[in-house]
Design a protein around this ligand. Structure first.
Ligand code: CDV
Length: 311
């Protein structure tokens, strides 16, 4: 008998800067209910789902920055989502800005949590591939200050047993790096949950919009296939206070095919019943890691960061 899981991706339309957490948590709760009514037992929400995509704004005051961060999870304002998940028996992935204190020092991460159907937090992931810059770019159409507001995640790429499957997490820019998915697949990931906010514009170069979407799908589809995993990708979409986000939320099968995708740029749930054994034939044949990987030739991947010409 094959193992099946009905899962959903909950895309969000814009979250305006002025919106309160209470308003946004209500929207997330409505999406969770809709997903549950489609039979989903696991729902993936976007990166930084509780606020606007604030790294586009230059801020100097700690207090100004801190209002986008959660110092407790769940906290008083996010608790209703956890309670609802428990009532509905639906687990979720949620991206948020995390403020942590360790030995009297403040750390900030772009994080995601994995919550089981009983409302328990099973695991946390802190984003590793932070894009953008830390200094103010006067000529850019907007800022992308992830390197200013967040530290690089310090907990690695991990997997958890949840929803009768092996689940890994990553966030947005991580999807463009094959190392992300390979490290998860080497730990047996069958599902990779991913939230993202991809701006319509490349702040460094002119880039047509269709290429932004193409590279997004290419990354999901290639990594799903090469690692025989399901990928559940949830976007923030549409014009957030005038700044466009590409959307394009999707559920991608281990064959690399798109199983379901969002149609619009607003709040939208897409659900699909995942056959968790669909990737098994790939794991036994062309991507049988044990049999075919040649790690003696991969040394440079962990020893060298940038490319260097050697001829
Ligand atoms: N939030 C992100 O990580 N966004 C990046 C953009 C800057 C390219 C992404 O990979 O979509």
């Amino acid at each position: 008998m094959s193992r099946k899981l009905t899962a959903a991706v909950a895309q969000m339309g814009p979250v305006p800067l002025a919106d309160t957490r209470a308003t946004t948590v209500k929207r997330l709760s409505a999406l969770l209910r809709e997903a549950a009514s489609s039979g989903a037992r696991f729902v993936v929400f976007p990166e930084l789902a509780l606020t606007t995509f604030f790294p586009r704004y230059w801020m100097e005051e700690e207090s100004e920055i801190d209002r986008f961060f959660e110092s407790r999870m769940p906290g008083p304002q996010t608790r209703p989502l956890f309670d609802l998940a428990k009532d509905l028996g639906v687990g979720f992935y949620l991206g948020y800005a995390e403020r942590a204190e360790k030995e009297g020092k403040v750390h900030r991460y772009n994080s995601a949590i994995l919550v089981e159907r009983d409302g328990r937090i099973l695991g946390r992931y802190r984003k590793i591939h932070l894009p953008g810059h830390s200094e103010y770019l006067p000529h850019a159409p907007f800022q992308h200050l992830e390197k200013r507001y967040f530290e690089v995640g310090d907990e690695g790429f991990k997997v958890w047993r949840a929803f009768d499957a092996v689940v890994g997490m990553c966030i947005c820019n991580d999807r463009r790096w094959p190392e992300t998915f390979r490290v998860l697949a080497l730990q047996g990931a069958e599902i990779v949950a991913l939230g993202y906010n991809t701006p319509c514009e490349n702040i460094y170069h002119e880039e047509p919009l269709h290429l932004r979407m193409f590279h997004h799908r290419l990354s999901l589809q290639a990594n799903a296939y090469q690692n025989a995993s399901w990928v559940l990708a949830a976007a923030k979409a549409g014009k957030e206070d005038g700044f466009g986000l590409i959307g394009g939320s999707a559920i991608v099968a281990p064959t690399g095919e798109i199983a379901a995708q969002a149609q619009g740029e607003g709040d939208e749930v897409i659900a699909f019943t995942l056959d968790l054994e669909l990737g098994d034939y790939l794991r036994r044949t062309v991507f049988n890691f044990e049999k075919h990987r040649r790690i003696e030739h991969y040394r440079l991947i962990t020893e060298r960061v940038g490319a260097r010409e050697e001829v």
